[in-house]
Design a protein around this ligand. Structure first.
Ligand SMILES: [Zn+2]
Length: 209
């Protein structure tokens, strides 16, 4: 038995397709949380978010935003929920990644609100630790990759002394402030690589005492 979304792609399902291209589908499912709900999903079968290529996640997100704007205009809704249920435990009912855009009006009784749970110190610490470890790992991998890619550029940067001279000076000043780096093309490249490799999320996490 095929999955519900793959059936829609092959026009075997009941859901009308609003838009389809080589990569994604926009459809109206017959079972929804609110009338006007629209589903965006990759044309190819990916079970969960992690499996979807990043560019396709980006495209699905952009389309979800456009669908949301269209719902505001056409239905006059007062809000939308953009929902991804990722994995069985989250309530994902179709084993094919998708984004639901759900139009909302006040007091519509759609069950998507919840009472906040107050975290205790241990739970807070556990969440922070898990996140920081994960982001650090991703950051190290990314830095390694960027460094490899820029190794060839570093040699080229050194040879362009006339043009790069000014740049080296500027970057060297800022490097000295942070107590690292030296005045060379390689230092410039490394400094840039380092600042690019640390995502704002990590910098913010480090600032939290
Ligand atoms: Zn599928």
């Amino acid at each position: 038995m095929k999955c519900e979304y793959c059936e829609i792609v092959e026009r075997e399902g009941k859901a009308p397709i609003l838009y389809i291209d080589e990569e994604l589908v926009v459809a109206i499912k017959d079972k929804v949380m609110a009338p006007g709900q629209i589903t965006i999903f990759p044309r190819k079968h990916y079970t969960i978010l992690e499996m979807v290529p990043e560019l396709l996640i980006a495209k699905c997100s952009v389309v979800a935003n456009k669908v949301s704007m269209a719902l505001f205009e056409s239905l006059g809704c007062q809000g939308t929920n953009i929902l991804i249920s990722n994995g069985l435990a989250s309530g994902q009912s179709v084993p094919h990644f998708g984004i639901e855009v759900i139009p909302r009006i006040e007091e519509d009784k759609v069950g998507l609100t919840w009472e906040g749970k107050q975290l205790n110190d241990d739970e807070f610490e556990m969440t922070m630790r898990a996140l920081v470890e994960d982001v650090k790992k991703a950051q190290a991998e990314k830095a390694k990759k960027v460094e490899k890619e820029t190794a060839a550029d570093a040699a080229a940067a050194n040879s362009e002394s006339a043009v790069l001279g000014k740049d080296v000076k500027v970057v060297d000043d800022s490097s000295r402030k942070s107590g690292e780096g030296k005045a060379s093309g390689e230092a410039v490249t490394k400094a840039k690589t380092k600042s690019q490799a640390v995502p704002p999320l990590v910098r913010n996490i480090r600032r939290i005492p």
